[in-house]
Design a binder for this molecule. Sequence first.
Ligand code: BJW
Ligand code: ZN
Length: 253
Amino acid sequence: MESIEEVKTLIGKAKRVCVLTGAGVSAESGIATFRGYSEEAGESLWSQYDPQQLASIEGFLREPEMVWRWYQWRRQVNQDKQPNPAHTAIANWQKAAKNSGQQEVSLITQNVDGLHQKAGSDPDQFSVIEIHGNIWQNHCLGCDKPYLEDVTGIQTVPTCQSCGGQIRPSVVWFGEALDETKWQVAETAAYCCDLFLSIGTSSQVYPAAGLMMLAKSQGAKVVEVNPEPTQSRVVDYQIRGKAGEILPKLIDY
Ligand code: BJW
Ligand code: ZN
């Protein structure tokens, strides 16, 4: 409780805040995390499936139909999921900060589920910086063109009308580079902030996990909200609890 009060004070004073979210922020919406176990979402994805097979370009090239069907299954599971109080608190905070002009709140998410936008965060790509992409979007493996057809219920890999290439989900797989512009915006937000909030991420996946180090190296205070210990090593305030319970207490909007 002590650290909640201290962090509230830091939030009140901060001019530039950088929020990084991970799968744990959507766990209370019933979306499975990648690692660990969550009460609300059950077994994590990587405890049931091999990440190299399903979330790498090599896996997709080896068995495109299987990978495509796995993403179709996740889309189906995710489609009715709703934002939880953590998403809502962040969205309300962003709006209030924008209206007051007193504070800048950048939101970087590793999540591909779109729940921050569903909660009311500005859908502009630089208001919610989706560094690992978005599961609802597709593009061509051959020519990179966005694929805008509705793929609901399609269980075979669609092909591109322009080049005949295979269509893939627009998410970032292991070994792939992050979108350069989004990554630059994310790095700048971390570099320039005076307060960095890491919420619901195991801090195991790079380069995202390096953002808190970058913020810390520039003098920012670093806060982590997570019910479990993580790989992070530079945290000033650890709040052990669920995002959906803690965030509405930290942010009074
Ligand atoms: C709660 C909660 C509640 C539960 N409230 N919390 C060695 C060192 C450094 C790097 C590497 C290395 N070996 C390999 C690499 C690189 C690799 C990497 O980092 N690997 C590590 C696993 C070791 N990284 C990459 O490959 C990246 N690309 C890259 O490095 O490119 C280099 C390059 C440059 C130039 C040209 C070419 C290449 C890309 C990473 C892409 C990650 N992709 C995924 C899949 C996305 C698509 C999909 O959805 O299918 O992204 S993997 C997966 O992990 C997903 C997530 O965004 C990401 C991070 O996971 P996150 O969000 O932290 O979730 P979890 O599940 O790990 O943790 C959940 C947490 O929530 C837990 O802590 C719980 O306790 C907590 N929690 N309930 C709050 N209610
Ligand atoms: Zn194409």
